[in-house]
Design a protein around this ligand. Structure first.
Ligand code: ASP
Ligand code: MG
Length: 405
């Protein structure tokens, strides 16, 4: 007998027939003698509609009330699924985040889970009930409902799996696993049987949308046995776990792309200590995440140029912030561009193999794709290129690294 956490995303619970199908899948686990905790998302489209409702009501809403509205999406699904399970003569009950409770901090809209009390759900499971938990939400220490950020049900599922020391955490979604790259762009993308936590973390943070990045970090920290698999097709998914020694490895495991990028260049910055601290400090104060950074070396002109990328959605705010400190910094020109895409290649093999960067840059050169900014980590190389070439870049890199075969 195992204790399992199963998570179903928005498309897996899109309507009542779909919810009934999921109930049958859960019954399958129960019939095998397993104890089951289920985490559900809102039905697809519901969270976006709820956000619309808030925006129609006011432009100056408090984030705490925004969270109360948003949390209702998952509440509906959890109760409908419990009812569908009762219909199959199973014992089930729904749990809102606050009823568990899943205790979070009070950063509304992107709250961080601090603690999960296991005794209430454990008691219910021991009486034979399946627990259906609303994903994406918690309760703060000042007794307000919080949400965990878009895609946050993944994080709820992994956090529960860690708290309950579950034997596995299965994330059911509308794709049948983690792919070498986005199959909608590269037809020859292949499903991976296995990927390491670190590689998945890089792919998710570089734009792969299959799992919320935070959920992967959490799975790595607590060594959660994590799988991504399809709600619709009965095929094996992708296992995400620690590196296994003697696995046959390609040079890279995957290619991610991110369209939500903006590039900012500040020209002719007087070259003196403290400039980077001023610029990036000011952006950090407004929670704007800076990603790639390049600074040209000043060859005795006494001035330098700084180029960096931020999420495109933060561009207006960043422009305001930087123009406010223009006097302090003394740069001559602010330019920004949104017609850029970041392409990243990720693979654990980069730690030990040389020549991977060379293959990447030569492949782009052969296709006449200009690289605007480069950044690297131990297991990742990212390049910023013009939007018009990103599909070509992804396809040619997929081929060059033998991921097509
Ligand atoms: N319903 C929330 C969202 O759309 C959380 C989730 O689906 O994971 O972001
Ligand atoms: Mg999701």
């Amino acid at each position: 007998m195992e204790l399992v956490v199963l998570k179903f995303g928005g498309t897996s619970v899109a309507d009542v027939p779909q919810i009934k199908k999921i109930a049958l899948k859960i019954k399958g686990e129960v019939d095998q003698g397993n104890k089951v905790i289920v985490v559900v998302s809102a039905m697809s489209g519901v969270t976006n509609n709820l956000i619309d409702l808030v925006n129609q009501t006011s432009k100056n809403f408090s984030l705490s009330e925004h969270d109360v509205v948003l949390s209702t999406g998952e509440q509906i699904t959890s109760a409908l699924l419990s009812i569908a399970l009762e219909e199959l003569s199973l014992k089930a009950r729904s749990w809102m985040g606050w009823q568990v409770p899943i205790v979070s901090d009070n950063t509304h809209g992107k709250a961080v889970i601090k603690d999960i009390k296991t005794s209430n759900i454990m008691g219910s499971i021991k009486k034979g009930y399946i627990a259906i938990v609303s994903g994406f939400q918690g309760i703060s220490e000042d007794n307000r409902i919080t949400t965990l950020g878009r895609g946050g049900s993944d994080t709820t599922a992994v956090a529960l799996a860690a708290a309950f020391s579950a034997d596995r955490c299965d994330i059911y979604t509308d794709v049948d696993g983690v792919y070498t790259t986005d199959p909608r762009i590269v037809k020859k993308a292949k499903k991976l049987d296995f990927i390491t936590y670190e590689e998945m973390l890089e792919l998710a943070s570089q734009g792969a949308k299959v799992l919320q990045t935070r959920s992967v970090a959490l799975a790595m920290k607590y060594n959660v046995n994590l799988r991504v698999l399809s709600s619709f097709a009965n095929v094996p998914g992708t296992l995400i776990a620690e590196e296994r020694g003697n696995m046959e490895k390609s040079e890279i495991s995957g290619i991610a792309h991110s369209l939500n990028e903006a590039k900012i260049t500040l020209s002719d910055i007087p070259d003196q200590p403290g400039q980077a601290a001023n610029i990036f400090g000011a952006l950090a104060d407004f929670s704007i995440n800076v990603d790639m950074i390049v600074q040209s070396s000043s060859i005795n002109h006494g001035s330098t140029d700084m180029t960096f990328t931020i999420p495109e959605t933060d561009l207006l705010m960043a422009e305001k912030v930087i123009k406010k400190i223009k006097g302090n910094i003394g740069f001559k020109k602010f330019t920004s561009e949104t017609n850029v895409v970041k392409i990243s290649i990720v693979g654990n093999a980069m730690r030990s193999q040389s020549g991977i960067a060379k293959t990447m840059f030569q492949t782009l050169a052969k296709n006449h794709i200009n690289i605007q900014v480069i950044s690297t980590s131990e297991i990742k190389i990212s390049v910023l290129i013009s939007s018009e070439y990103y599909e070509l870049a992804m396809r040619s890199l997929h081929l060059a690294f033998n991921l097509d075969k």
